[in-house]
Design a protein around this ligand. Structure first.
Ligand code: AMP
Ligand code: MG
Length: 435
């Protein structure tokens, strides 16, 4: 609409409506919000869940611990042998000594060790009173029976091959803080400290809605003008990767009725992710319908490439919506940059930060416009000394296939039109190793 047109059509509007239109014009069209400001707006509005549930320890992988977990035992619970061999009095030194007892793991020694004697002992077993070192069998003449003489070939220091009682953890120590993500070491730590079941934060409910008259399902064969729905699947994968169990609620046609119905359905969830329909096209009705569905739109243009028309809104509950542009790479990048940290925060994780490395861009990069931060897909290679980022063939935000060869996003800062070959920059790591 032209400026004079806007004035003509506003003459019959009330003052409040006029102000609303102007503020929307400002938020939606005029202002590109810098990334950090956008992140702050999202962060300020995401309220961490307080809802928790007990789960069995074996099912707790990937969840956020909801309490500070303390240990009910000392770890190790006794002075523990870390080698198979003989428990000795270290001041005895090398020599031949009679074996007074055999202590395998799981058995508690019954005999105090005096100078001039040894106890045959296995890894994990409690060291007998009086012993102050364990000499590994490789440094002896080998195992002999109780009553026989063992040959100790080396001298050893007090404390050698003994993990002292309570060295790792003392009873009552906090071994894991609330907000920890439960992976292998955390599961093991909780097990050792006596926690099963464990109380974790509840997961949010998440719906993923695709939009567009041209969008069909992957199992269908496109006719000219149609495109297969890929965004629902990339967004679902990214959500599953952080432990969520999102529902795909279909593809909405670009009509008021269908969008309204499907958005109302998705709005029942804690998070609604909508792909497509958020740009400036005449069929891009999503933000308006989100408002109609009760969301207050707090973001609609972010100075990032790809993904500028990112929408973020909050409704009563609070419930949240993110709208990402239909271009497949935009959705993926926006999820990584903005949606993932937001949902991780809601889920109760204390660490929501990206894994970032500093790596030189092997091939350099040029662009004409530098009004946005840009993320370009790269393949990080470990050279043996450090990472190097190689650009991959990438035609722009529709080129999702390129991302199958990428494991990082190299950041081109705002204001930078040229990156010289070998110039080091920030790379968000997307996947690594076999992933
Ligand atoms: P939009 O943001 O709705 O204007 O869509 C931008 C571009 O993304 C168009 O070329 C769409 O065809 C494409 N697109 C939209 N939705 C999807 C989807 N779910 N999967 C793949 N491409 C899509
Ligand atoms: Mg569309």
């Amino acid at each position: 609409m032209s400026v004079s047109g806007l004035f003509k059509s506003t003459q019959c509007l009330k003052k409040t409506e006029f102000v609303t239109i102007l503020s929307r014009l400002y938020v939606n069209i005029l202002r590109m919000i810098p990334i950090n400001e956008a992140k702050k707006i999202i962060d300020d509005n995401i309220v961490k869940t307080t809802l928790t549930e007990p789960v069995s320890l074996e099912d707790a992988f990937g969840r956020a611990l909801a309490y500070d977990a303390k240990s009910d035992v000392d770890v190790p619970p006794f002075n523990r042998a870390t080698m198979d061999g003989y428990a000795v009095v270290s001041s005895d030194g090398a020599g031949e000594y009679e074996v007074i007892e055999y202590v395998p793991a799981g058995v508690f020694p019954t005999k105090k060790l005096e100078k001039g004697y040894v106890t045959r002992i296995m890894t994990g077993a409690p060291v007998p009173e009086g012993a102050d070192a364990v000499v590994q069998v490789e440094k002896t003449g080998g195992f002999v029976e109780v009553g026989e003489k063992a040959e100790i070939k080396a001298s050893f220091k007090p404390g050698q091959n003994i993990s002292p009682h309570g060295e790792d953890v003392k009873t009552g120590d906090t071994v894991l803080e609330a907000g920890s993500r439960i992976t292998a070491p955390e599961s093991a730590t909780l097990a050792t400290a006596g926690h099963d079941p464990v109380t974790v934060f509840k997961l949010p409910t998440v719906a993923i809605l695709s939009t567009g008259d041209e969008v069909i399902e992957p199992s269908e064969k496109p006719v000219p003008g149609q495109i297969r729905n890929s965004n629902a699947y990339s967004l679902k994968s990214q959500a599953v990767d952080i432990g969520l169990n999102p529902d795909l609620i279909g593809v909405a046609h670009d009509t008021e009725e269908d969008l309204t119905a499907k958005i109302m359905e998705g709005a029942k969830r804690d998070f609604l992710l909508v792909s497509g329909g958020v740009s400036a096209g005449d069929r891009d009705m999503v933000p308006r319908i989100l408002e109609k569905a009760g969301y207050k739109i707090l973001l609609h243009k972010v100075a990032v490439k790809p993904g500028k028309p990112l929408v973020f809104g909050v409704a009563e509950g609070p419930r949240y919506v993110f709208g990402v542009p239909g271009n497949p790479v935009s959705g993926l990048v926006i999820f990584e940059l903005f949606i993932k940290p937001a949902i991780l925060k809601w889920m109760g994780f204390s660490n929501t930060k990206h894994f970032v490395v500093n790596a030189p861009l092997a091939d350099g990069f040029k662009r004409k416009k530098a009004d946005r931060v840009e993320y370009i897909p790269v393949q990080l290679e470990w050279t043996g000394e450090g990472f190097i980022a190689h650009r991959i063939k990438y035609h722009g935000s529709g080129h999702m296939h390129a991302l199958t060869r990428a494991n990082g996003l190299y950041k081109i800062p705002k204001g930078v039109t040229e990156v010289a070959p070998g110039h080091a920059g920030e790379v968000i790591v997307l996947k690594y190793g076999w992933r």
